[in-house]
Design a protein around this ligand. Structure first.
Ligand SMILES: Cc1cc2nc3c(=O)[nH]c(=O)nc-3n(C[C@H](O)[C@H](O)[C@H](O)COP(=O)(O)OP(=O)(O)OC[C@H]3O[C@@H](n4cnc5c(N)ncnc54)[C@H](O)[C@@H]3O)c2cc1C
Ligand code: FES
Length: 608
């Protein structure tokens, strides 16, 4: 539950967090206002001293008789210095002099006089106006007399139609009222603090507090409450894929296998630094594996989970745990290589050939990858501009003046050629990763920038090889579909198959936005010319040079059309996919629609 809870907590936190800031700020502001100033007390005349009710007034019963009225509600009071009776007849209010029963009407002149009587500031009264209800008199239903005063506080006195003083409003109150509106989230009437918005925000706030509390509790383990030096150590074993024991390691209580291994010099591959989002740290638990977590289920296939595979960065070490790691422990130790050659193949793709200190051997299968250690560095666009192609990159991507990497990270790069054909060298094809579209303020990728800064003679630290993306043994017909840097492992596989004399039919659809962005076009054409069993199709999604009928198309659609046109027995084919995540998703969906089973499809997700 925790990963999706974290996600919702994060996004809801963003929304509700903004409202919480508004609540806090408006609450703080309101508490800073002087309530006397808000109520306009300084310019408000005190209520007149009570004068004894005159003895010569008409009895109210006589007045009602005179008017032939049976009043629902009668009260007495003063209108300035006139004793009056107020009669409520239905919704109507009438005023009568208590001395002689004369009907009295509050007109503009009288309203102005009453307002002046309730005011003691330095301002002059303006004309009284009968106005409809407004935000300043929102608590009162009917029309009101409005009398403005020319003082620094912009005071306005409001009277009811019967002449009683309703409100003194001023500039301080108006400002206070804006914070009140923001606080109660009633942006229209500014009165209803049970409105749907405020109720929703309050529920969201409560949910945020509860989920935050839950996440806080789940982020602790019992071990956190024990000082580091006093925590019990657990030992666990690292095994090779064949079951041979490679190392016995110690882990602090609550430590994950990923952290414990890294602390003891065995760095599992990782593109996310232990963030449970790259799946590269996958290990296999021998014996009974702990229940899969949501992150395991999100990153690993159900078959792998059943087989005991787990993310090491999400796997707490228990006493006696036994972990199989792909490639064995030596793959996790650091190795060094010299950059031998760098070739800008397209504006954003570079072929980088490394000569390892120790010749790369059979473990470096086509489809496997190495983890390059990316050190701290600073980069500028000028440092990239060593070729025409890379000059085009910095122009196209509007690179920042400088960017870089503050602390070491690791990144995976696939072999783009079989090591048997490169005399033990490691050939990579690296795509420059600019900021995502619409987010130009972010710096370009840390790893790909570092790789594009490399020059012949530089030293690169790496570990590996890793990965289970590999050509299946056997001579089933094979279909390769790729795009972008996904060319790397597919090319290595195809080169290996063709050089090894594969006789089965091999089909390769490669997609690029433009032909200029497609690497190894000449090489693929030459291979296709040399090997009758190899068909190669370049598909460009934008311009009209992708080969007959293959321009302006997405690679998975072009592949679909041609797979059907070729009339292949798809159930007898194996499929190998590698490319950008959207292409991978679309291609896998397309293959499922054509009836291809998931088990026939191998793919590598670079997540770029
Ligand atoms: C098994 C495997 C094999 C691979 N093989 C290859 C290969 O052969 N060739 C290849 O080119 N790649 C390959 N990759 C991908 C490679 O490992 C890197 O993921 C890729 O180079 C991008 O890493 P980076 O460090 O350059 O980008 P990162 O630094 O990880 O950044 C990724 C993106 O995020 C953007 N960004 C930066 N900061 C922010 C921010 N604050 N908010 C939002 N966005 C931001 C960056 O601009 C960039 O676009 C492979 C990956 C895997 C998993
Ligand atoms: S390190 Fe990335 S998922 Fe574990």
């Amino acid at each position: 539950m925790t990963p999706w809870l974290k996600k919702i907590h994060r996004w809801l936190g963003l929304l509700i967090g903004l409202q919480l800031v508004v609540w806090m700020l408006s609450g703080l502001m309101m508490s800073l206002f002087d309530s006397g100033e808000v109520k306009g007390k300084a310019f408000r005349a005190p209520a007149p001293a009570r004068v004894a009710w005159p003895t010569d007034t008409l009895p109210v019963g006589q007045l009602l008789q005179q008017l032939n009225l049976s009043a629902g509600d009668v009260s007495s009071g003063w209108l300035l210095d006139e004793p009056i009776y107020k009669l409520s007849i239905g919704k109507e209010k009438r005023l009568y002099s208590a001395r002689d029963g004369r009907a009295l009407v509050v007109d503009a002149a009288l309203a102005q006089r009453i307002a002046i009587g309730s005011y003691r500031g330095p301002g002059q009264a303006g004309q009284a106006e009968l106005v409809p209800r407004s935000l300043e008199t929102r608590a009162y239903e009917g029309k009101v007399w409005r009398v403005p005063f020319s003082d620094a506080e912009d005071t306005t006195v409001y009277l009811r139609e019967d002449g009683s003083v309703l409100e003194h409003r001023n500039a301080t109150w108006r400002l206070f009222d804006i914070f009140w509106m923001l606080h109660i989230m009633d942006y229209v009437g500014r009165a209803d603090f049970n409105n749907a918005l405020v109720v929703t925000a309050a529920i969201g706030g409560l949910w945020l507090a509860l989920s935050g509390t839950w996440l806080l509790f789940t982020s602790f383990s019992l071990a956190d409450f024990v000082p580091a030096g006093m925590r019990g150590k657990r030992s666990f074993k690292i095994l090779g894929a064949d079951g041979s024991q490679l190392r016995t390691l110690k882990a602090g209580s609550g430590e994950t296998a990923f952290v414990a291994m890294a602390r003891q010099g065995l760095q599992l591959p990782s593109n996310c630094g232990g963030g449970q989002s790259c799946s590269l740290c996958e290990v296999r638990v021998r014996g009974v594996a702990p229940p899969a977590t949501a992150s395991d289920r999100a990153m690993l296939s159900p078959a792998k989970i059943r087989d005991g595979h787990r993310l090491a960065c999400n796997l707490p070490v228990t006493e006696g745990l036994e972990l199989e790691i792909p490639g064995g422990a030596e793959a996790l130790s650091q190795q060094r290589a010299k950059v031998e050659r760098v070739t800008a193949l397209t504006p954003s793709l570079r072929e980088i050939v490394l000569k390892p200190e120790e010749r790369a051997g059979a473990a470096y299968r086509p489809g496997s990858y190495i983890q390059v250690q990316v050190p701290a560095y600073r980069a500028t666009p000028q440092m990239l501009d060593t070729t025409d192609a890379s000059a085009a990159v910095s122009k196209a991507y509007r690179l920042p003046e400088s960017w870089g990497n503050e602390s070491p990270v690791r990144r995976a790069y696939s072999l783009s050629s079989p090591v048997e054909l490169t005399d033990g060298r490691i050939s990579l094809l690296v795509r420059f990763m600019p900021a995502p579209v619409g987010a130009a303020h972010h710096p370009p990728g840390k790893g790909s920038s570092y790789m594009h800064l490399l020059k012949p003679g530089d030293t690169v630290h790496y570990s590996g090889p890793f990965g289970d993306f590999a050509v299946q043994a056997g001579d089933r017909e094979k279909v390769f579909i790729g795009g972008g840097a996904g060319m790397a492992p597919l090319r290595a596989m195809l080169q290996s198959l063709l050089a090894g004399g594969a006789k089965e039919r091999l089909h390769f659809w490669y997609g690029a936005r433009t032909v200029a962005e497609a690497p190894y076009v000449g090489e693929m054409e030459a291979l296709a010319a040399r090997h009758a069993n190899f068909q190669w199709k370049l598909v460009s999604s934008e311009e009209g040079q992708g080969g007959a009928g293959n321009a302006g198309k997405l690679v998975h659609l072009a592949a679909r059309e041609e797979l059907l046109a070729l009339g292949l027995d798809l159930g007898a084919c194996d499929f190998y996919l590698c490319g950008p995540p959207a292409m991978l998703t679309a291609t896998r969906k397309m293959l499922r629609e054509l009836g291809v089973k998931d088990g026939q499809v191998a793919f590598d997700d670079f997540k770029i």
